[in-house]
Design a protein around this ligand. Structure first.
Ligand code: NAD
Length: 255
């Protein structure tokens, strides 16, 4: 058990990568505060995972949510060993379409809420010698033309990770970030259908998109997160870990 008795907050944990990580972290002995916006999806996970998890429903556009999430974790488990900033709004935008309101929404959910969740949890992370794992995206390096605001938010998350790692190593709190490449989550599948790809698109991709012939899965990504959340990765901090099938990060071909 690589996370035995660690209390971990995971945002956006009722679907996709966050859900896969929750299931894997519990299997490794962790207690998880599942954060989400869907009560129904959250309840399903509670039913499945039992006493090792608790649920907190909070919209990250609401600036009071970070404190609410920390309070939920403390009420349920009494301590915080790690925070995973995984939730994100993945709305499409480019230079012509972007509005101030849409830009603010993406930055608030993807970046600002992550910063203030860390601020609210920091004293508790310091007590446990804990860590923060941010889930970025390889879009941080340039990004698809239709993911302008999203890519900017992920670049901000990357700088935030390294800035806080530099500032707070002396406090014994570590900050690392994983930039996933393309992962086949339910949302990603639906997004590509909306963009016009056919229903069987994951099986129709060429080597320029998936050189290993199969899309990466949320479970594979979750598996990699366990090392960074556990004490095995001590004392490494400020790491930007790119997990992609390509050898040249930033290439990210249009789909
Ligand atoms: N799937 C991919 O190809 C891929 C690639 C790179 C990075 N990522 C990153 O991985 C993370 C998880 O993505 P996913 O693919 O599992 O998609 P997902 O949509 O299943 O996960 C995102 C989660 O964020 C939550 N969320 C969105 N807006 C919210 C709000 N206002 N308040 C609270 N929660 C909100 C959603 O409810 C959802 O549970 C994201 O940070 C995403 O940017 C995914």
């Amino acid at each position: 058990m690589r996370l035995k008795d660690k209390v971990i907050i995971i945002t956006g944990a009722t679907s996709g990568i966050g859900k896969a990580l929750t299931v894997r972290a519990v299997a490794e002995g962790a207690k998880v505060l599942i954060h989400g916006i869907s009560k129904e999806d959250g309840q399903k996970l509670l039913d499945h995972l039992g006493k090792s998890v608790a649920l907190c429903i909070a919209d990250l556009e609401d600036l009071s949510s970070p404190k609410k999430i920390v309070d939920c974790a403390l009420d349920a488990f009494g301590q915080i060993d790690a925070v995973v900033n995984n939730a994100a709004s993945i709305e499409r935008s480019n230079l012509q379409q972007i509005t101030p309101e849409a830009f603010t929404k993406t930055i608030t959910i993807n970046l600002q809420s992550a910063l203030f969740l860390v601020q609210a949890a920091f004293a508790h992370l310091k007590k446990t010698g804990g860590n923060v794992l941010n889930i970025g995206s390889i879009n941080a390096y340039t990004g698809e033309s239709s993911l302008l605001a999203y890519s900017i938010s992920k670049a901000g998350l990357q700088t935030m990770t390294r800035n806080l790692a530099n500032a707070h190593g002396v406090d014994g709190v570590r900050f690392n970030l994983i930039n996933p490449g393309w992962i086949l989550t339910d949302r990603e599948y639906a997004d590509q259908i909306k963009k016009g790809l056919p229903e069987n698109w994951p099986t129709k991709l060429g080597p320029e998109n998936i050189p290993f012939g199969k899309m990466s899965t949320p479970e594979q990504l979750a598996s990699a997160c366990i090392y960074w959340l556990s004490d095995e990765s001590k004392p490494f901090t400020g790491s930007i870990v790119d997990l992609e099938q390509f050898s040249i990060i930033g290439r990210n071909p249009e789909k």
